[in-house]
Design a protein around this ligand. Sequence first.
Ligand code: SAM
Length: 339
Amino acid sequence: MQAHQYIYNINYPFYEKELCAFELRALFGIEIDEKVFFTEIKVKPSISPFIKNRLEIIYEGTTFDEILKQITTDSLTATDFMVKYLQLEKLKKSDKPNKINEVDKIDAVDKLAELDKPDSDSKKRRELCKKVGLCIDGHPSYKTPSKIFGITVYQGNWYFGILTKSDNIWKMHNDKPYTYSSSIGINTAKVLVNIAGKGDTTKKLVDPCCGVGTVLLEGESAGYQIKGWEINSKIADDARDNLKHFNYHTRVTNGDIKDIEESFDAAIIDLPYGNFSKTNQEEMLVIIRNAKRIAQKVVIVSSEDITEDLVSEALSIIDFCKIGKNRISNFTRYIWVCE
Ligand SMILES: C[S@@+](CC[C@H](N)C(=O)[O-])C[C@H]1O[C@@H](n2cnc3c(N)ncnc32)[C@H](O)[C@@H]1O
């Protein structure tokens, strides 16, 4: 059986370009410079802060009419469906549908002239969707569609398939009751979860120094079994309140990483910050050793470059990313993926 092909499109603010590339390497095993890519790997767009849409390709062709022909030949049937245009690049003049007035038999000359105006892209897109919709057997639904089809053109080829948009519901986590200035950003937290689990929600994850639970929120909302530990009882309470606020059930234990007896597929550790005095340095190493003890894979975040410490602790570094200070964070952060 032929594997499904998916088209994804992504977007990011310039200061998160590295973070996005880091996530794509983990989820799809690719290094890309484009904001559109094709892959056989299926992930839910909303697990990522950067993926905007996923189109599961059903038909492809060199012209729009070829797509219509395939839909008609196969008598594609659907109920309560909607067709949306997935904009990956600006429509070219040659991409406008042929015989535009075949559907609405109204003044064809005016309509085509309108389509040539630079601001008429959305009209062109609506027209394309309408034409596709008319070829599908069944009832469309504009308010509560149970299936959304997508049509798009990219680099001269047309694609039609099932469109899944990022739901962005996770953005409500920005309004959690408790946050600290040192808490990591929600986008970073999502990327850490994706790097730890690689989109496989059967993986058991842990955040053994969970703070107010930023990573736990993203882990649970992405569908993982994730647990948190936090040494400070007040902070552990705040993490529990944050989770409860969204009706989440992830367990937070008030305790030291040293006392964790369970094993996990991956640990996400946002190391305590501060200038590393000798004691702090030793505490940091204890946390790292324990993370290695309880998990097969360890994703480590630090405000200092601790590469040498990781190497001397015999961790093998499989990927790395440095996020500089930017508009939303005053901290430089280093992230390592270790096994
Ligand atoms: C950098 S903060 C984590 C912040 C968290 N990612 C967030 O966004 O809220 C590190 C946390 O580790 C906790 N911690 C320090 N040593 C610990 C230990 N030995 N075991 C468990 N937690 C520890 C600290 O109390 C602190 O809340």
